[in-house]
Design a protein around this ligand. Structure first.
Ligand code: NAD
Ligand code: DAU
Length: 355
């Protein structure tokens, strides 16, 4: 592909990262987007309100497992690329029930690969040459790290949760469709994202909302587990670079160079809230921190070596953790309505994943 105006299918575009990606594509490029999303508990069209009137944006409520519908969409829309983000994405939910993770992440990716293969084989000339299938995956496929070291694209797969093993399975399928059929696929493996519009089941929005509600802030285990945080727009920018300039058959690791222990992240959020919305009683949000039973199989540390994407495609993150976390907290303070709308009747910030 290249930067000139193209037709892109984004799967999972009503989710956290997919909606950031679509907002960026519509606001900053000439590409046309068709968003395919099943609208599970995690998918919300409210996240796309700012661009939904664009004549370069369309939406279809479709399950990626529905091969017939995917086939129809490929033949009607004639995409130049597919950016595949649709997935069950929450580790804790995968511990409580793995079936949906296998259905969507494994079978759904298989259905998309089969339909993409058939469609791609029907193309000719430049359109066939430049077609791309970008599979968006996670650093969790590599397992966990100790105190030292980084995940590179050569790190052996060692997934340890139902979620990460379903994503690893889908990565293997994608590589197999490249090697066996020549489908021009690429895979990205990214670290933990944060930013606006993240469903409030993941650490950062849970901490912000629990604190604002004056409830205990649940920190799993000792709080010493380490994640490598990346602002969601930096991830979206990396995905655009890869789909436009990446090499078929390649994998690109994407990470923030922002390793933090969970407890450091929680302290930063509490301290920022102390500044932005000081308690009338003078209390400190840190008083709400509560260490709770650990997540079963909790991976200790993730950290990404992102030197390949930097060297080959010139991508580096623009946001620091300090600036990104402030913007994120400010966004949640100003968008409590969005949080209430997306959790209504489906989630009350309760603890998940205790098995
Ligand atoms: P999310 O849970 O916020 O959004 C997932 C979206 O996929 C939702 O809109 C949902 O409705 C849709 N979806 C789920 N099942 C579907 C199906 N069967 N058919 C069609 N649509 C379906 O997830 P996210 O955090 O935005 O993650 C997006 C992708 O990026 C996932 O593939 C995830 O594995 C990967 N990823 C996430 C992170 C992270 O930190 N959030 C980091 C690295 C990689
Ligand atoms: O590394 C990339 C992955 O990051 C993505 O592939 C996943 O889709 C995404 O959900 C995320 O997985 P994590 O399990 O790392 O994210 P989560 O926000 O659930 O948890 C981050 C850390 O915080 C983890 O060590 C568990 C801990 N935690 C989480 C929650 C929800 C808590 O201590 N308390 C909590 O309430």
């Amino acid at each position: 592909m290249d930067k000139s105006s193209k037709k892109i299918i984004v799967t999972g575009g009503a989710g956290f990262i997919g909606s950031a990606l679509i907002r960026m594509i519509i606001n900053e490029t000439e590409h046309e987007v068709l968003n395919i999303d099943k609208l599970t508990y995690a998918g919300h069209l409210e996240s796309l309100e700012s661009i939904s009137d664009s004549n370069r944006y369309q939406f279809e409520q479709v399950d990626i497992c529905d091969a017939e519908e995917i086939n129809r969409i490929f033949n009607e829309f004639h995409p130049d690329a597919i950016m595949h983000l649709a997935a069950e994405s929450h580790v804790d939910r995968s511990i409580d029930g793995s079936a949906e993770f296998i259905i969507t992440n494994v079978n759904g990716t298989h259905a998309l690969l089969e339909e993409a293969k058939q469609y791609w084989q029907s193309l000719e000339g430049d359109r066939k040459e430049s077609f791309r299938f970008l599979h968006v995956s996670t650093d969790e496929v590599y397992g966990e790290l100790g105190d030292e070291g980084f995940f590179t694209e050569e790190t052996p797969y060692d997934p340890r949760s139902p979620y990460s093993s379903s994503k690893a399975s889908s990565d293997h399928l994608v590589r197999a469709w490249h090697h066996t059929y020549g489908l021009p696929t690429m895979i990205t493996n990214c670290s933990n994202n944060y930013g606006p519009y993240q469903f409030p089941e993941k650490l950062i929005p849970v901490v912000i909302l629990k604190a604002l509600q004056g409830e205990d802030i649940p920190v799993y285990g000792t709080g010493e587990n380490v994640r490598d945080w990346l602002y969601v727009d930096d991830h979206a920018r990396a995905l655009l670079k890869v789909v436009e300039e990446g090499e078929p058959g390649e994998t690109y690791n994407i990470g923030g160079h922002n390793e933090k222990q969970n407890i450091e992240v929680v302290h930063t959020i509490c301290d920022t809230l102390n500044e932005l919305v000081p308690k009338e009683t003078g209390g400190n949000f840190r008083e709400l921190i509560s260490f709770v039973t650990d997540r079963p199989g909790h991976d200790f540390r993730y950290a990404i070596d992102a030197s390949k994407i930097e060297k080959e495609l010139g991508w580096t993150p623009e946001e620091t953790f300090d600036s990104g976390i402030k913007k994120t907290i400010q966004w949640y303070l100003e968008n409590i309505d969005w949080c209430e709308a997306v959790t209504e009747n489906n989630y009350d910030l309760e603890r998940l994943g205790t098995a």
